[in-house]
Structures are given as C-alpha cells and as structure tokens.
Design a protein around this ligand. Structure first.
Ligand code: NDP
Ligand code: ZN
Length: 366
C-alpha cells in the first residue's frame, strides 16, 4: 500500500519529537508528489511550529498539487501558532491523508472539514491504530484531562523486585535499562515511594546519549518526612526538579531544609496516614503533567493498582531467580482473596531486550 509506506515515514518523523513535545502530541508529516518524496517535518518541541508547517516550509513552491501524509488531523484553531489547515490550503496541497483524528475538542473533525470545504481530497484512518498508540499519552490526557499513568517494574523470572534484604541493583541488563530510560524521556514525572529512596538511593534521571535530554519531575511519596537529606535526589534537586509529596505529618523544620536544597514540598490530604494519591493526581492534572511513570516499590504500586489508576504496565523480566518468601513482588498490599477479583490485563505484548524480556499490557485505569 503506497499510503501506508508514506504514513510509516510520517510516524517515524513524529517519533523524533519523543520527550520534547509534552503535553502536545507527537506529529509527523510527509509531502509527496507522484509517489516521490518532496519533504518531511515533525513537531519538534511544545510551542514550536507544527509538523505540517515544517514540512510545507521545506517543500516551498513544490507543495502546490502535492499529497500530504500527516499522523494527526491538522489543527483548525488559533493556538500558539495559526491553524495548519489554513496553511495547507494556502500552499495548494491537493490531497491530505490523515492517520488519527485529533481528540482535542477544539479540533475534532473541524480540521478535516476545513480541508474538504476548500476542495482538498481527504482520506482518514490510514495506520490509525499505530498513530493512536504512538500518541497514547496525549490521547488519554486530552480526553480525560488527567495524566496517563504507567507502572514500571524490573523483576526476576520468579517475580521478585528485590532480594529479601531489599537489594535490587541491578536485576535487568543494560538494554532493558536503556529502554526504561527512553520511557523516562517521554514522561512528565517519575514517582517512587520513600522506602525506595532509602533502599536504592536512585537518581531517577534520563541517562541517554541524546542532544536534548528531558529530565522529568522526580516525585517521592513521603507522608511523614523520612527522606534522607543526604540522598542523591535531595542533593541534586537544584539541577533537576524534585518534589516531595507529603502530608501535615512532615515536620516544618524538615520542610525548610528541603526547600533550601531546592526540593519542592507539597502537602496533600492523607488517607489512612499516607499521601492521598487521588489528590496528587488532581494536582498533576492542574500542572499540565500529562504522564507519570510509577517506578515502585511494591507498596506504592499497590496503592495505585488498588485505586485503579494505572493505565499501562511495563514489566521488565530478567532470566534470574531470586527466591525467598520475604523478597517482594512488584505489587504488595493486601491483594485479593478470590481469583474472580483478579484485575484483567489486556493487549499483552512481549519483546526481547538483550537477555531480558519486556511485557507490556493495559489496565482499565480510572
Ligand atoms: P516503597 O518504595 O513503595 O515506599 C513505600 C512508602 O511510601 C510507604 O511505606 C509510605 O511511607 C510511603 N507512601 C506515602 N504515600 C503512600 C501511598 N499512598 N501508598 C503507598 N506508600 C505511600 O516501599 P517498598 O518497601 O514497598 O519497596 C521498596 C523496595 O522495592 C526496595 O527494596 C527497592 O529496592 C525495591 N524496588 C524495586 C524496583 C524494581 O523495579 N525492581 C523499583 C522500586 C523499588 P510513609 O507512610 O512513611 O509515607
Ligand atoms: Zn497544527
């Protein structure tokens, strides 16, 4: 299919914006004439020109009578930039092939309509499934107005995320860890529980050889104020945004010390003595946090799972056995009593990453 061939190219272009467009979508555009490539463009960063405009600029006069492949419906409203649909019409594009409709209520169907009214031939739904998946964070964030929550855990083949004495570095190999860094690059926030900070002293940064690295906000759930002032998260808070989500149980003098180190401290209501994660998610939504990567440990994971907040699971599985009744699994808490209460995971997929495996699946998030 020639349409799919060019749409694949447009999807590849869109991917180049990975991590730099949040909370905007990833969008790629390809312009062709008589099945020959004229130009390509993508949405490079939030607030920057849209993919269609970048492709049109490169094409110049050659865009007259051309076909444009675009992964998301062209916009029809004045946002930070003028509408792309207008620019496409002005440039004399003859045919527009769209992968997915824009769920944004300001656009939804209107971009397509504008093009059709101007006499442009429009075809929609080419590689729609792939395009929607590439923008799953955006699609969720725009329609639900809440961040997309991804649960990530690294575990042994017997489902342990640490040894019985809490040692977990490293369970998986380099390829799996690089993949996890690539996921971090896309999200707006990474979240862990205070026990993980105490046990692992993690950096929670993106460590990839890229020109532009997007360091997500690092968030620690710490209801009572047990985060060590000597932890790496605290000592690097002036360089990388770090937030401690706490309750009224945190002593004020600790809060002051954390603030001096550059840590943002936000007090939330508590639920059975712990940070109420529903209030935390509402807070994120108000701050344009489109996605959160929940990295554990098992207590934190249990809270998010039991409140049915997780949308997607990323399970990195290493061909190793840890064993031990006291070694934790990815999800702690009380658990269920009967199999009929088990939470279903759908659309499972597996890929190999070096010696490890990554299993992904979806949950019906709240
Ligand atoms: P967590 O890291 O999940 O931290 C749990 C603590 O977070 C709670 O005890 C609580 O302390 C605080 N907290 C605040 N609000 C909440 C809330 N709403 N729900 C749950 N917790 C909340 O602790 P775990 O002990 O379960 O896990 C730590 C272990 O997991 C470590 O050994 C670490 O190595 C391992 N780990 C492994 C990973 C892997 O992928 N292999 C990833 C991450 C950790 P308080 O009441 O004081 O606020
Ligand atoms: Zn646009």
């Amino acid at each position: 299919m020639p349409h799919e061939k060019w749409m694949k190219e447009a999807l590849k272009m869109a991917e180049k914006g990975w991590g730099n467009t949040n909370p905007n979508p990833l969008v790629g555009a390809v312009i062709t004439k008589e099945d020959q490539l004229i130009s390509k463009g993508y949405h490079e960063y939030a607030g920057g020109p849209h993919a269609e405009i970048n492709a049109l600029k490169k094409a110049g006069d050659a865009s007259a009578g051309s076909t444009m492949y675009v992964t998301l419906e062209p916009c029809s409203h004045y946002g930070k930039t003028p509408p792309c649909a207008e620019a496409i019409i002005k440039a004399g594009v003859e045919k527009v092939i769209i992968a997915a409709g824009d769920p944004n209520e300001k656009v939804a169907g209107k971009g397509e309509e504008m093009l059709r009214k101007a006499g442009i031939e429009v075809i929609t739904g080419v590689m729609e499934k792939e395009a929607r998946k590439q923008n799953e964070i955006f699609m969720h964030y725009i329609t639900e107005k809440k961040p997309y929550l991804i649960a990530k855990a690294a575990m042994s083949l017997d489902g342990k995320i640490a040894t019985k004495q809490g040692h977990s570095q490293w369970i998986t190999g380099e390829e799996a860890r690089n993949h996890a860094h690539w996921v971090r690059q896309r999200v707006s926030a990474i979240l862990v529980g205070v026990n993980t900070v105490i046990a692992d002293n993690p950096q929670l940064t993106v460590r990839l050889p890229l020109d532009k690295v997007n360091q997500p906000l690092r968030v620690v759930l710490d209801s009572k104020g047990n985060i060590p002032l000597t932890s790496t998260l605290v000592s690097t808070a002036k360089e990388i945004k770090t937030m401690v989500a706490t309750t009224d149980q945190m002593p004020v003098d600790l809060e002051k010390k954390l603030l001096l180190e550059g840590v943002e401290v936000v007090r939330f209501p508590h639920k059975q003595g712990q940070v109420d994660i529903q209030s935390l998610i509402d807070y994120f939504a108000s701050k344009e946090v489109d996605s959160v990567l929940v990295e554990g440990g098992s207590r934190v994971m249990a809270s998010f799972i039991s409140e049915k907040m997780i949308n997607k699971l990323l399970w990195y599985i290493a061909p190793k056995i840890i064993g031990g009744n006291k070694a934790p699994g990815p999800i702690g808490g009380e658990g269920i009593l009967h199999m009929k209460e088990a939470l279903p995971i759908t659309e499972m997929e597996t890929i190999q990453l070096g010696e490890d495996w990554l299993m992904t699946g979806y949950m019906k998030g709240a």
